[in-house]
Design a protein around this ligand. Structure first.
Ligand code: FHN
Length: 647
């Protein structure tokens, strides 16, 4: 992953037969790469585009040069989008560029051009395929005209795997960027092995998380145990990065991935550059999309922005390439990235907004400052050093309207004046609760009070977990050289009475499970429904595969706890689910979503407690898992001997 992490910035390219239509079909506009579906073009009509695809102005070296000059370190081009058309010479289909008048292997030319440059070649490959006869499901509107009889999805998967193998072996992609994984026919049982195939054929290839089923919607991060080397937020930038998690935001320059002649909603160069700074300051990569025209040229608006981005990157690229997420909490006027320099650190501050008057005060840190400079220009930068503070002033004429970059060299790892994080298994407890306080920066002391007052340099210093036995308002802050240097954080921990156990006699082990049929987007009111089946199960679990769709289950019975305490419950499901204990909702994980977990806490007296778990699945993947643990202890699947059916 090293080259990819250091690259930070790449070019996405959506190009294919749809580019010929430029977003319009028989007067209907507003389309792009989905046009075969959104304009409902019958496949035989769409196939006529083959004879029109002849991008005579395509110049792979020119495309790669534009990417490189823009500071982009890799390109990801659609080897095959959802329409199934292949931009490469595939031995497994004639639905490819060699069947067009162009008859040139576009991927080969781009791969070769990349080899001769500093740009890594990569490909986007859609799993969903609206042309291959064995792909299922058909688009809903064409089921009648393009019947699925005889389609064999496993034969399609073999075709997919064969093409992935030929791409990996012929074009040396740095990244396999899969997409179109969301339909119910594509499952983890295919996704996992496809990831393994990529690893086997080309061990150094990087594979995104859309190879499998773990992508949590457009937010793009991987949930649950699924394959993929990085998360893929789409058309969005996460609010914060996630330490140790690789991710890449893919974003269009205007509003479409594929070329749409009417779409002039191009983001400004300033907006695009500030997105780049924002993404990289959070530890992510930026994959910026281009939608080339049918003749093989790029839209002029794209060319102009790439050139302007390149001008900025020539001066400021070191604040992007090879950097990691900045160490500070968000601050309004800009972003920060960082790069180690031996034992020292370079902090790069991207200044978007300068104060209307007075110096710009940098986020506070405790390190000794070696040097402060403005990248690129000899400048009249004024630096004001205060006690653990740095302010800068720069004449407005010397500021970069996109973003001015300040390069600050400090000794050692950043000593960020961050407020302490409070780590606890719950906010409520029955007997006692161990609370931890943490700061990432070296050199800081945490001081805290337990009566809600603001800590001073005479307050207790945090040296290890704090054991609470009564309701407490914990308040903590960071100190450096015995000076209060951070905001404070207050958290109220409440000692609560346990919910009383019930005395209902139990009749047998396990839970009653009722099955319901329906098409829901969230949990229904089961009191209004009649179950289609009822059985008993040893614990909270779904029937074995194949996955059921348009279905719900309600599990009911009693849970036995053997000691009075607060218990943490972790409920994972796809789609929605809910946990109720003694009639109170403890975890609400409802809604249409891929596998995701939520937690809740219930204070329980020793004995039996009524438990109800509700779950539904609309279509696609499904899972349900309930774990519990006494507060402060590991969570485990609920063993059957703790579950009973009631009288
Ligand atoms: O359906 C595709 C879309 O056409 C485009 O390729 C984007 C880019 O990541 N991915 C899918 C939408 O999530």
């Amino acid at each position: 992953m090293t080259w990819w992490r250091e690259a930070r910035f790449g070019m996405f390219i959506h190009w294919g037969l749809y580019s010929i239509l430029a977003g319009e079909w028989k007067g209907s506009k507003g389309h792009a790469e989905w046009i075969r579906d959104t304009a409902r073009i019958p496949v035989d009509e769409y196939e006529k585009l083959l004879s029109e695809f002849n991008p005579v102005k395509f110049d792979a070296k020119e495309w790669v040069r534009m990417a490189e000059d823009a500071g982009m370190k890799y390109i990801v081009i659609t080897s095959k989008h959802h329409d199934g058309f292949c931009l490469f010479d595939s031995q497994y289909t004639a639905w490819d560029v060699m069947s067009t008048p162009f008859k040139r292997d576009i991927l080969k030319e781009l791969s070769d051009a990349c080899k001769a440059s500093g740009v890594r070649f990569s490909t986007y490959h859609s799993i969903m395929d609206w042309h291959h006869p064995d792909y299922l499901p058909r688009r809903p509107w064409e089921v009648a005209t393009r019947p699925a009889e005889g389609a064999n999805f496993d034969r399609f998967v073999e075709y997919l795997r064969n093409q992935v193998t030929e791409i990996l072996t012929k074009y040396d992609p740095g990244v396999m960027w899969f997409d179109g994984e969301w339909e119910s026919t594509w499952t983890h049982d295919y996704g996992g092995p496809l990831y393994e195939l990529c690893r086997k054929v080309k061990p150094d290839v990087i594979v995104n998380n859309r190879v499998d089923k773990g992508r949590g919607g457009m937010a793009g991060m991987t949930e649950g145990e699924h394959a993929g080397d990085f998360g893929t937020p789409e058309q969005e930038i996460p609010a914060t990065g996630i330490p140790g998690v690789d991710w890449e935001s893919c974003i269009t320059m205007n509003r479409n991935w594929g070329f749409n002649a009417e779409d002039k909603n191009f983001k400004s160069t300033t907006e695009l550059l500030r997105m780049l700074c924002d993404i990289v300051s959070k530890g992510g990569n930026f994959l910026l999309n281009i939608g080339p025209k049918a003749d093989g040229t790029l839209p002029q608006e794209s060319i102009d922005r790439l050139r302007e981005i390149g001008q900025w990157m020539k001066v400021n690229g070191e604040s992007i390439h090879g950097t990691n997420a900045g160490p500070f909490e968000p601050f309004g006027w800009g972003r920060c990235t960082q790069k180690r320099d031996g034992n020292d650190t370079f902090l790069y501050f991207h200044v978007f907004e300068w104060p209307s008057e007075g110096p710009l005060m940098l986020p506070r840190f405790g390190n000794e400052v070696d040097k402060v400079e403005v990248l690129g220009v000899s400048s009249d930068l004024t630096v004001i050093f205060g006690p653990n503070s740095v302010g800068v002033s720069l004449p407005s004429a010397q500021r970069d309207p996109h973003a001015t970059v300040l390069k600050v060299r400090i000794k050692g790892k950043p000593i960020v004046f961050e407020k302490p994080a409070v780590i606890a298994p719950a906010l409520q407890f029955v007997n006692m609760l161990d609370v931890q306080l943490r700061v990432a920066s070296p050199g800081l002391k945490i001081r805290y009070t337990m009566d809600g007052t603001l800590p001073t340099n005479r307050s207790r210093e945090y040296i290890g977990p704090i054991r609470l036995r009564a309701t407490t308002l914990l308040r903590a802050a960071s100190f450096y050289n015995d000076e209060l240097v951070s905001d404070d954080i207050s958290v109220r921990f409440e000692k609560v009475a346990p919910w009383p156990a019930t005395t209902v006699p139990t009749t047998a082990a396990g839970l009653a499970r009722k099955k319901y049929a329906g098409n829901w987007d969230k949990l229904p009111n089961f009191a209004e429904l009649t179950p289609v089946a009822t059985d008993a199960v040893g614990t909270v679990t779904l029937p074995p595969p194949p996955t059921e769709e348009y279905v719900a289950y309600v599990f009911e019975g009693f849970l036995r706890v053997d000691s009075t305490d607060a218990y943490v419950f972790d409920l994972r499901s796809d789609d929605g689910s809910r946990l109720e204990i003694d009639g109170t909702v403890v975890v609400d994980n409802d809604g249409l979503h891929s596998s995701a977990a939520k937690r809740g806490v219930a204070p329980l007296d020793k004995g039996l407690h009524r438990i109800r778990v509700l779950w539904f699945n609309k279509t696609g993947g499904a899972d349900l898992e309930l774990r519990m643990g006494q507060i402060g202890r590991p969570l485990e699947l609920i063993p059957g001997e703790l579950l009973y059916r009631g009288g």
